[in-house]
Design a protein around this ligand. Structure first.
Ligand code: BGC
Length: 357
């Protein structure tokens, strides 16, 4: 090889090295966020997922989003795949908060930070942060709504109430129930509220998978066993899916007519079908948790982690997952009924007027 040729080859190799280095540093700058969501059965999880993808895109991240049709093994293998792919952070809305210990610890072993989204992941040290709404506060809003609507502080009653809980494997469900009972229990103890079925234990009132049809079947049984003579005045429903099952059951035996008014029925999520029902006088209220805000807060936490900045949280006390207190960003839920849905849900742009017509 001549001296000139050697120089050209040298320059070519140097160029190639610079080119390869540039490619690999480009690869390094595009980070990927794994997002593991429970299912598309509920409108809210799709909204959560869509907002998060949008938000991460704005911040310059790629996403790998997976829904698990409420199947725990599917969710575990989706998270395992994310770990194998080497995503940079994983955000998880768990199906069963007790079933992810191994896979989350595996992520920790690979130095992949994990954020628990909406539902806390229990018994796993690898959970770095938690973003959620004040779950106990959701229950307080539901319980307080029943107290105000039945005017329990001024009426002697007794008023008949039945209680429903969320999925027993969802850690949030007990927070909702305990929050509601923190308000309702004194009235039950004083005999102003009467649970005619006697079913108050969480394990008896919990609805597997938050399934509306299961709630409807339980309400059918409660009505035929306890309310052939008497009227039910209130039903504590933990979310909109459960509430809609209860509304169907009540309608099928003549509630919601001139002869028999609908009881006070609570809910949660501001799902379109429930907002319509509230306007039509079926369900009474829902608890609005702005999924866009939750997605924003989560994206900010992820960004702070990846930028090596301090991660802002506003609660370092409440959420113990049995291995540690998980630093949390807690957002405030809002009670919505026929009086304020326009302002809270429509004027804010969360739902379109056309969605609820
Ligand atoms: C969420 C609720 C939702 C429920 C059922 C809970 O963990 O906090 O918003 O209604 O799961 O999906």
């Amino acid at each position: 090889m001549t001296k000139g040729n050697k120089r050209i080859l040298g320059l070519f190799l140097a160029g190639l090295l610079i080119f390869l280095a540039a490619c690999s540093s480009n690869e390094e700058t595009t980070k990927t966020i794994g997002i593991a969501m429970p299912s598309k059965a509920l409108e809210r999880w799709e909204k959560d997922g869509d907002y998060m993808v949008e938000k991460f895109k704005e911040l310059g991240y790629e996403t790998d989003i997976q829904y698990a049709q409420d199947q725990v093994p599917t969710q575990v293998s989706q998270i395992e795949n994310m770990i194998t792919k080497g995503v940079d952070v994983i955000v998880i809305a768990s199906i069963d908060g007790e079933a992810l210990t191994d896979v989350v610890d595996k992520a920790k072993g690979q130095d992949i930070p994990v954020i628990a989204y909406d539902r806390l992941i229990m018994n796993a040290e690898g959970v770095d942060y938690y973003a959620t709404f004040d779950n106990f506060g959701v229950g307080i809003l539901q319980g307080s709504y029943i107290v105000d609507e039945l005017d329990l502080d001024n009426q002697e009653g007794p008023f008949n109430i039945e209680l429903f809980g969320g999925a027993p494997d969802d850690n949030n469900a007990r927070f909702f129930y305990n929050g509601a009972l923190s308000v309702l229990q004194p009235y039950i103890d004083a005999g102003v509220l009467n649970v005619k079925s006697g079913q108050t234990e969480f394990s008896r009132i919990a609805i597997q998978n938050w399934d509306g049809a299961t709630a409807q079947a339980r309400m059918d049984n409660l009505l035929s066993a306890n309310y052939t003579e008497d009227q039910v005045d209130a039903v504590l429903a933990p979310n909109d899916a459960v509430a809609m099952g209860i509304v169907s059951s009540l309608r099928s035996v003549g509630y919601g007519t001139n002869e028999r008014s609908m009881p006070v029925i609570t809910g949660q999520d501001a799902e379109t079908a429930s907002v319509k029902s509230i306007i039509e006088g079926g369900q009474s209220m829902t608890v609005f948790k702005d999924t866009q805000k939750l997605a924003d807060v989560t994206a900010k936490m992820v960004d702070q982690i990846l930028m090596g900045e301090e991660v802002e949280v506003n609660d370092r006390e409440t959420y113990d997952n049995n291995t540690k207190i998980v630093p949390t960003n807690l957002l405030i839920p809002i009670a919505v009924d026929s009086q304020n849905y326009q302002e809270i849900l429509i004027d804010s742009g969360y739902l379109l007027e056309s969605d609820i017509q």
